[in-house]
Design a protein around this ligand. Structure first.
Ligand code: 9MR
Length: 359
């Protein structure tokens, strides 16, 4: 039975659904997860839990073809001081990926966030250039041929871009201007010419003036890079979707069409749905979460097939969302495809509809 028929059949027969799917459905979903996918699915991983949490490890192995470290390759993790590179976490994740036939993505080389304090002492443009290049050379060279896709630049567009200031403030931007983006991409390409180089960003998908302005600023940046033959191969749409906002399907499709038209692949890199303002009931909440993701993936899928779909975590047990968006009623957030007890939720169905090519 094809996947869609199965899901529709299950819905029509009113299979019991109380916030999570029942055990036999869970098995079916897991069994089907091991079939080759039309679009590879992946998740951000907290590598320490792979060792100490068997359910977590099994969920990653059952569902994922790709992993990415939720941390580990960020400056704050890799670079406790100027002269040190600590590769422990990414080395462990890559070993896990290779042992299990998964692919690992690299996240991330140049970002405003998760910077160790010592980088504030980088004073001049020349010093910034030296440090950025040395970092990218060292990290990309270490994993050359083993990490095939990198989020080279993360979240480069300002929260609310203006004509004069489209690029987000960061140590890199302050010292080097927007040239840091080109420098990062060229350095990565020089070290590993076969790697897929990605610019990754979020907050493009809602029907707001802010998203519209951000899309425009992003397109300007990307067009400028492509016009000057800067090596850039793909766009990462993170997809941290605010659950209380509609998806601007038309605006998002047009945006993706422009990017795709410039010869760029599209990846969904960090999908989850921020549910702090959604109803308390698990059932209602999970349905809304799933429908936001369906609209988001649908708007992209109307234009092109994304090369990968990754969620930012796999289970509600481990998610960044409560750090910033905890619920005022004290209930745990439910942003991810599996609940905190590893039962698939409606969001997992949606992801499977897309990854299996049913949509
Ligand atoms: O989920 C990540 C969280 O555990 C970290 O504390 C935080 C800072 O390193 O980064 C979070 O991941 C972010 C990702 O790297 C970039 N896009 C937004 C993600 C969620 O905040």
């Amino acid at each position: 039975m094809r996947r869609r028929e199965f899901v529709l059949g299950a819905l029509a027969s009113g299979i019991g659904y109380a916030g999570a799917l029942d055990a036999s459905f869970t098995k079916q979903i897991e069994a089907k997860a091991s079939e080759p996918a039309a679009i590879p699915y992946g998740a951000a991983v907290r590598v320490d839990h792979l060792k100490n949490n068997f359910d977590y490890r099994r969920a990653i192995l059952n569902h994922c073809q790709i992993v990415v470290g939720e941390g580990g390759l960020k400056w704050i993790d890799l670079r406790p001081d100027r002269d040190q590179f600590v590769f422990d976490q990414p080395d462990r994740l890559l070993a896990f990926a290779e042992e299990n036939g998964l692919q690992m993505r690299g996240h991330t080389l140049a970002w405003y966030g998760a910077m160790p304090e010592w980088t504030e002492t980088i004073a001049t443009p020349k010093e910034a250039q030296t440090e950025l290049v040395r970092h990218i050379e060292t990290v990309v060279a270490r994993y050359k041929g083993r990490i095939p896709s990198w989020d080279v630049v993360n979240e480069a567009i300002a929260d609310t871009p203006t004509g004069d200031a489209p690029i987000r403030e960061s140590m890199w931007q302050n010292r080097l201007g927007k040239g840091y983006i080109e420098l990062a991409l060229r350095t990565a390409a020089f070290v590993d010419p076969d790697a897929q180089l990605v610019i990754n960003d979020y907050n493009f998908e809602n029907p707001t003036e802010q998203c519209r302005t951000r899309r425009q600023a992003f397109l300007n940046l990307v067009r400028d890079l492509k016009d000057r033959d800067v090596p850039l191969h793909a766009i990462g749409l993170q997809g941290h979707l605010p659950g209380d906002q509609e998806i601007d399907r038309e605006g998002l499709s047009r945006f993706v069409a422009e990017l795709h038209g410039m010869g760029l692949a599209i990846l969904v890199t960090e999908l989850d749905v921020i549910d702090n303002n959604l109803p308390a009931s698990n059932f209602d909440r999970d349905e809304i979460v799933a429908s936001r993701a369906r609209d988001f993936l649908g708007a992209i899928g109307d234009v092109c097939r994304p090369e990968a779909i990754l969620t930012w975590g796999i289970t509600d047990q481990y998610t960044w969302v409560p750090i910033w968006f905890s619920r005022s009623d004290g209930r745990p957030n439910r942003p991810l495809p599996l609940d905190a007890n590893y039962r698939p939720k409606a969001l997992m169905r949606v992801i499977q509809e897309f990854t299996r090519g049913d949509r």
